[in-house]
Design a binder for this molecule. Structure first.
Ligand SMILES: Cc1cc2nc3c(=O)[nH]c(=O)nc-3n(C[C@H](O)[C@H](O)[C@H](O)COP(=O)(O)OP(=O)(O)OC[C@H]3O[C@@H](n4cnc5c(N)ncnc54)[C@H](O)[C@@H]3O)c2cc1C
Length: 326
């Protein structure tokens, strides 16, 4: 990633608040109040600092809980009218330029442990990256999780998005996942309860996935490693991995590929401001440097319009768009 991109201006100067339980029990920033917690809470916390596109406004409150108990207590004490948005590393997100109202939950490293369990299973904290989960499975001789090597997001994001590649998806490997629901209760759901379809789950609004249990089959570590290397090479050749992007912009429509429809509608390389349809993989949008989220979203809508006009195919956003416009 180049260092030329400017972080969007923030509504207020950044101030980091480390809450401790012996201080006043609530924190206030203009509009809303949130309970204190053991982790950190940052008013006007920058999301553009870490999400893949590097665009968009701040979170009204950016919260990093210390552990599951801390998160559960925090959500339990939060006014039910305050919206809650969990995020991973934003590899599938457009955060609009006006920022996100309410609370954004980002899981810190303490939620990223990955362990091996009997029965060819891997237990992953929701903050663990797909590549870490796949590598742990490889080292333990567990096959079937290789596809996670190519998905540059967290286990939590993958559970929520039913992330997939090369004919496999999370629904095929998930045994169960633990969530902290919006009201603060902690529940472990079997995979079937997520109602998985293509890049979709029924994860409830505001619920944070904190852990996932995946299952594979016995395999040879060197064969698993070779498959992961193949995936990495193929990705490098076909996707703009080193760019500011949000992955596949649109879901593949039934019976066709989104990139084919975009290409045949003449959208490869199309540009609005500093937002561009990737030349390398035209279902990827890029921030060439100084794009705003509004430009990226407008480009996506223009692509949808041109594809509809050209072939009648209705493209559906895969990228999650959150927050408000400026
Ligand atoms: C170069 C590139 C290649 C990609 N290739 C693929 C691919 O092959 N297949 C594929 O499926 N995707 C792909 N993606 C998209 C993306 O990596 C996946 O959707 C991934 O699962 C998102 O994970 P994340 O942690 O970044 O989630 P985010 O982008 O941060 O969030 C995505 C959604 O998940 C929710 N979410 C995130 N964490 C949690 C949590 N802990 N609990 C509850 N909800 C949560 C968010 O609210 C949001 O709705 C690619 C992206 C890029 C940039």
């Amino acid at each position: 990633m180049s260092s030329e991109v400017e972080t969007p201006p923030r509504a207020k100067p950044r101030e980091k608040v480390s809450a401790s339980l012996d201080r006043a029990p609530r924190l206030r920033s203009g509009r809303t109040e949130v309970p204190e917690l053991m982790g950190t809470v940052e008013p006007n916390g920058s999301l553009a600092d870490f999400i893949w596109f590097r665009t968009g406004g701040p979170a009204e409150w950016l919260v990093k809980p210390k552990d599951v108990e801390d998160l559960s207590r925090f959500l339990g004490g939060l006014d039910p009218s305050v919206p809650v948005l969990p995020v991973g590393v934003g590899s599938n997100l457009i955060v609009r330029d006006g920022g996100v109202a309410g609370v954004v939950i980002r899981l810190p490293k303490s939620f990223a442990q990955v362990t091996v369990e009997p029965g060819n299973r891997i237990r992953a904290g929701a903050g663990a990256m797909g590549i870490t989960v796949a590598s742990k499975a490889r080292d333990a001789g567990i096959a079937g999780l290789e596809f996670l090597r190519g998905i540059p997001g967290t286990a939590g994001g993958a559970v929520r998005m039913n992330a997939g590649a090369y004919g496999r998806e999370v629904a095929d490997i998930l045994v169960e996942a633990t969530l902290v629901l919006r009201g603060g209760s902690v529940e472990t759901w079997p995979a079937e309860r997520f109602g998985y379809t293509y890049r979709h789950s029924e994860t409830p609004e505001g619920a944070v996935v904190v852990e996932a249990l995946f299952q594979g089959t016995p395999g040879d570590p060197s064969a698993i490693g070779a498959e992961m290397d193949r995936i990495a090479e193929e990705r490098e050749a076909s996707q703009p991995l080193r760019s500011r992007t949000g992955g596949s912009t649109f879901k593949n429509p039934p019976g066709t590929k989104a990139w084919k429809e975009i290409d045949s509608a003449g959208c490869r390389g199309l540009q609005i401001g500093d937002a561009q349809v990737s030349e390398k993989h035209c279902n990827f949008l890029l921030n060439l440097g100084k794009a705003s989220s509004a430009e990226i979203e407008a480009l996506g809508e223009e692509v949808r319009r041109r594809v509809r006009e050209h072939s009648g195919v209705e493209l559906e956003w895969e990228i999650q768009r959150v927050g408000v416009s400026e």
